[in-house]
Design a protein around this ligand. Structure first.
Ligand code: AMP
Length: 308
């Protein structure tokens, strides 16, 4: 794949931001490496929060937690072309560098790392990080077969560049958190993977950059996603152990919303993503739906004690 597209910001905008006051903007790999080296030499602990920008409360919750645990917080803003498939929304993915910079300044992020695509993927770049099929060719990987290769590749690069003690992810992208844990362990990247709860709108809809694309009608239907997941959680809590029955109940609830088109509904082992014959242990109930041209995902994880 050629990576000719630009990443998060236009280079000009990032250069301009470097000259204004606020969170320190770093666009080159060299400066990022030197900055972290200096921090580490001075005994500081470092957190990395990888994002694609267009920040919302979900992202900010990760940054605030990172702030509590580590001395220095790096927030990367990079719309990663490698994780978008052909025909997906890479070109129209929301980008608002100025607003993100303002928010990160308010959150007192120590560095905003916003490399251009050519900086991370220079001419000749030809390596991919591939996590095994068990975690990547199921759920979202079925409709986005190369997505997790792009995610794993960029996460590996960002971690090796910033050498964080901790790296932060949101539960909303649950499969991504498992992919990140796997590669950090398998490639001995030496950082702790932190996963934080999904931040929601008051009506339950998971905050997502893509929510801004929803029409009024779609926005009204969208809370049905979380209501269906809460229904599944309730069923598990009162003893439902049959995956087909659980999935059917979620499907029925989602079908109440005519604007929602179901991509998948799954109940799986939350550590391995294996199918379960009996719903027990840590059960992941995950859905992906389409509302018009917008694809949304959400999930709950329910702990079901064995024999209960
Ligand atoms: P993105 O910019 O969409 O790639 O997301 C960057 C990080 O923010 C990922 O680890 C996401 O899982 C996390 N994130 C996105 N939405 C939410 C949310 N509603 N609550 C918590 N974390 C989130």
């Amino acid at each position: 794949m050629t990576v000719e597209a630009t990443s998060h910001q236009s280079g000009a905008e990032a250069s301009k931001a470097r000259r204004v006051r606020g969170a320190k903007v770093i666009t080159t790999l060299k400066e990022m490496r030197l900055t972290v080296e200096r921090w580490r030499r001075n005994g500081k602990t470092v957190a990395l929060v990888p994002t694609m920008g267009a920040l919302h409360e979900g992202h900010l919750s990760l940054i605030r937690e990172a702030r509590k645990s580590c001395d220095r917080v790096i927030v990367s803003l990079f719309v990663n072309p490698l994780q978008f498939g052909a025909g997906e929304d890479f070109g129209e993915y929301p980008r608002d560098f100025k607003r993100d910079h303002r928010l990160l300044t308010a959150e007192k992020a120590d560095a905003l790392f916003a490399p251009a695509a050519e900086e991370l993927y220079p001419e000749g770049f030809d390596t991919r990080v591939v996590v095994g099929d068990r975690l990547t060719q199921t759920l979202c990987g079925l409709s986005r077969p190369t997505h997790f290769i792009g995610v794993a590749t960029v996460v590996t690069k960002l971690i090796s560049l910033t050498r964080p003690h901790q790296v932060y992810f949101g539960q909303k992208d649950f499969q991504q958190t498992l992919v990140a844990r796997r590669l950090v362990a398998d490639l001995n990247l030496g950082c702790e993977v932190m996963v934080l709860p999904t931040v929601r709108e008051t009506d339950g809809l998971a905050k997502s950059t893509r929510n801004v694309y929803l029409s009024q009608e779609e926005r009204l239907a969208a809370p049905g996603i979380y209501q269906a997941l809460k229904l599944a959680e309730g069923m598990l809590q009162v003893g439902e152990r049959n995956p087909q029955d659980l999935i059917e109940a979620v499907r029925k609830r989602l079908r109440n919303e005519t604007a929602i088109e179901i991509e998948y509904i799954a109940a799986k082992n939350a550590e391995t993503l294996e199918d379960l014959n009996i719903l027990t242990g840590n059960v992941l109930v995950a859905v992906a739906v389409r509302l018009g041209r917008v694809r949304l995902i959400d999930n709950v994880v329910v702990s079901v004690p064995a024999g209960s």
